[in-house]
Design a protein around this ligand. Structure first.
Ligand code: E4P
Length: 259
């Protein structure tokens, strides 16, 4: 009798443990799901070397990183290494700093110097065979590499093989030639999605308009690097301004105050 009772209690206890474990796993999966959803939302990098613009936009909490290139550094009129260090201190996200050499050996040396400037530097290399070789060497050392000046899906395939953290297809510059920059993002997305576990992120670059941002998000780019003026335009709508004016006037007429 006693044995039967103990056996029943034992089974009951076992079932409780199974249910508890199930609830625990489901809850952690839910949490993981949320994290995944948050992580998968397209990241916004700001495409500038102007520290004031970076500070202003970073304060919105909407910026996940920064990209620079030699032309943007020249436009800033600042010392390259100093400005990269300042930008890196301003943001926790990756900051792309581009090598200036074109041969592998010098690119590698420059890449190592740039990577040492701050822990969040992503070394940018051009999409040439020497650049890809450099990408492979730096990625093997655990350094994040952004392969830039990508204009075809095959180039993006090579960058992924070289272990790039980011591939930067330039959509605006293709559009300038009456080609289709967005089609390139679509092609790369399709190719990368064919291979599970591929880590290279599609960083849509040379973005010229809010429509570009919307379209690359619809295609599923992992990151868009956007000039500051285009980021600001994303929030603008004349009906938002007009509606706000009406709400403010009506609120004033109530004579109330929230604070
Ligand atoms: C980003 O990494 C590129 O340097 C940048 O987006 C190029 O943009 P542009 O074609 O407008 O110069």
């Amino acid at each position: 009798m006693k044995f039967e009772e103990n056996k029943r209690k034992g089974i009951l206890l076992q079932r409780c443990c199974v249910i508890r474990a199930f609830v625990k796993v489901s809850a952690s999966r839910l949490r993981f799901g949320f994290y995944e959803a948050e992580f998968r939302l397209m990241k916004f990098f700001v495409d500038t070397a102007n520290i004031e613009e970076i500070r202003e936009l970073n304060a919105t909490g909407l910026i996940d990183g920064v990209t620079t290139n030699p032309s943007l550094i020249a436009k800033s009129g600042r010392d390259f290494k100093q400005v990269i260090q300042e930008i890196c201190a301003e943001t926790n996200g990756p900051v792309s700093a581009e090598v200036a050499a074109t041969d592998h050996e010098t690119m590698l040396k420059e890449g190592l110097v740039l990577a040492r400037l701050a822990k969040n530097v992503a070394v940018k290399v051009p999409l040439t065979l020497d650049g890809l070789k450099t990408c492979k060497a730096l990625s093997s050392e655990g350094i994040a590499v952004n392969v830039t000046l990508c204009f075809t899906a095959n180039q993006a395939l090579l960058a992924a093989k070289a272990g790039a953290a980011y591939i930067s297809p330039f959509i605006g510059r293709l559009d300038d030639l009456a080609l289709d920059g967005l089609e390139l993002i679509e092609e790369i997305r399709t190719i990368y999605d064919n291979y599970d576990g591929l880590k290279t992120e599609i960083l849509a670059a040379s973005i010229r308009s809010p429509n570009h941002v919307k379209m690359v998000a619809m295609i599923g780019a992992d990151v868009a690097t956007i000039p500051p003026d285009v980021i600001k335009k994303l929030a603008d709508h004349p009906l938002t301004d007009k509606g706000l004016q009406t709400f403010l006037a009506d609120w004033k007429a109530t004579g109330q105050s929230i604070l």
